[in-house]
Write a protein that binds this ligand. Structure first.
Ligand SMILES: [Zn+2]
Length: 67
């Protein structure tokens, strides 16, 4: 499931939500102030990127040792 990034127009609070692409965003409310003035932000990773590149972007720069 993709992670969508949202921003509250009322207080500027940014948060992420994991949900289907066509889920009702209108039901979203700001977790900080509770207002429904939520705006969707464009993902930092373009969808057109190859999966491997996208994975490299989303992966942490350094993998913790142990494995
Ligand atoms: Zn808010």
């Amino acid at each position: 499931m993709p992670i969508h990034e949202y921003r509250c127009e009322a207080c500027g609070y940014c948060f992420e939500r994991r949900m289907p692409a066509d889920d009702g965003e209108t039901r979203l409310c700001c977790p900080a102030c509770g207002k429904p003035s939520i705006r969707k932000r464009f993902p930092a990773i373009p969808v057109m990127l190859p999966a491997a590149t996208a994975a490299a972007f989303s992966a942490p720069p350094a993998r913790p040792a142990g494995r």
